[in-house]
Design a protein around this ligand. Sequence first.
Ligand code: PLP
Length: 500
Amino acid sequence: MSELVQAIAERALAYVLDPPAGDDPVVALAAPQDLVTVFGEAAGLALADIEEPSGDLALLRAVELVVQHSVHTSHPRFINQNFAGPDPVSVVGDWLGAALNTTGATFEAAPVFTLMESAVLSKLGRLAGYDDGATTEIPILPPGLFCPGGSTATLYALQLARHRRNPDVVTSGSSGERLTLFVSAAGHYAATKSAALLGIGTNAVIKVETDATGAMHVPALAAAVKASKQAGEVPFAVIATSGTTVTSAFDDIQSIADICEREHLWLHIDGCYGGSALFSATYAHLLDGVARSDSFVWNLHKMMGMTQQCTALLVKNPQQLAACFAGKADYLFQPDKLNAEYDSGDRTFQCARRIDVLKLWLSWKHHGDVGFGHRIDHSVLMADHARHRIRSSQGTFVPLVEGNFTNVVFAWIPEADRSIVRDGTELRSQSPELLHRLHSLPARIKAQMQAEGTAMIGFQPVDGLNAFRMLFMNPSVTTDDVDAMLALIDTYGQRVSVAT
Ligand SMILES: Cc1ncc(COP(=O)(O)O)c(C=O)c1O
C-alpha cells in the first residue's frame, strides 16, 4: 500500500508544483459516457455489487485519468467561476490537515487547530472592525466559526438573526410571525435556500431592485421594508452583498446599516466573494461600514485561493452561537474535562468539523498581509486591463455593466452588427431577432472553447441577455492571458457566426 500512497502523493505534488498553464488544455472535454468508457480501461468508475480490490497499476492509471479529465482550475485561462488559482501552500496545508484527520469540535481532539482557528477568526474579525477590545492575543471565545461553505454560513447567520428577534425559536419553533428578510435581486440564492430550510419560506425573501452596476438600490430597500410592515409582515434581517456573484458589485453598507438600525433589523454581510477586498489597502473601502453589521460571511476559498472550502462566519456577539446551536452532548462537551472552555463544537450545528483553518493559517503566515493584499490588487488590475481592451475594441466587445472590481461583464458582437450596436445601452434597444441571436452566442462560443480546451470563461443572462463574465482572482493571470482569452472569444465568435 505504501507504494501506491507514495505514487499518488507524488502525482498530486507534481501537479501542484507544475500545474497546467499556457497552451496546456484547461479541460479535456469528454461526454459522460466517454468518461465511463475511458475509466473502463483502468479501474471502472462504477462499483460492482461485489467490488474486488483493484491492482495498483489500474489505480494509478485511473489517477492519471482523473487528472487528465478534471478541469484545471489553476490554469490562468480558467476564469469561469468565483474561485480559481488555488494557493499551493493552501493545497498542501489541506493535505496536512487531512493527514492529521481530526475534528475541530473539541480542544482535546484538536488543540493546535482550536487555537489556530481562534487566532485567524480574531484577525479576520479585526479586519472587519468586529474588534471591540480585541487584542492580538488568542481569544478563548473567537468572534465566529469556520463553516462548510458560504451557503451554510448564511443559514447560520439567518438563524442567529431570527433568534435575536425570537429567542424562543430554538425550543418552541416558529412564533407564527410572518418574518421577512431583504436581499438585492443580485444577491446570492443562499438567501432563499436558507429561508426554505429555516421554515420561514422562500416567499419571506424580498428581492430589492439594483442599480445598473448590480448594487442594491437603497431607497428601494427602505420602501420594501415599509411595504412589508404595512402588509402585516415582520421584517427581521437585511443581507447586504459585498461582491455580487455576477458583477462583483458592492452594496452601500453604511446606508443599509442606517435603515437596519432605524428598523431594528439584523444586518448580515454576504462577503463570500468580495469580503477579501478587506485585505487590500486600496479596496477595503468598498466595505465601509462593515463594522456596523451583526454577521459577516467570508469565503476565503474564492478570491484568496484557499482550497474548497474555507469559510469564516463572523458574528458581532459570539455568545449567541452557543445560545442558538448548543446541543450539550455530555459525551463530548463534559464541563469538568481539561480545557473544556476552548471547545468550539457547541457553538455550531455540526458535530464533527473539518480542519479548514490550517491551510489559511499557513498561507497567511507565508504571504503575510502584504501578499494577501497584492492578490486582490493584481486581480483588479487584470480586470481593469480587460475593461480597457473591451472599451477600445471598436465594437468587437461591448461592456454590459460598468464594474470597478474583479468581474467584467460584456458581449461579443458579430462583425456585421457592429455598426448598429456600439454600446450596452444601444444593445437593449435592438430588434428581438438580433437580441435572440446575440443571446445564443456565448453558449456556442463557450462550447467551442471547451471542445478545444483552450479556456473556460463563464456566461449567464444579464437582464435577460446572455453575457460573458470574466472573473479575476488567480495571481498567475497576466495581461497576455487576458488578451489571449478575448482573442479566443473573437475567433470562436466568428466561427460560430459563419456557421449560422
Ligand atoms: C456572493 C456569494 N454568496 C454566497 C455564495 C455561496 O457560497 P458557497 O458556494 O461557499 O456556498 C457565493 C458562491 O458563489 C457567492 O458568490
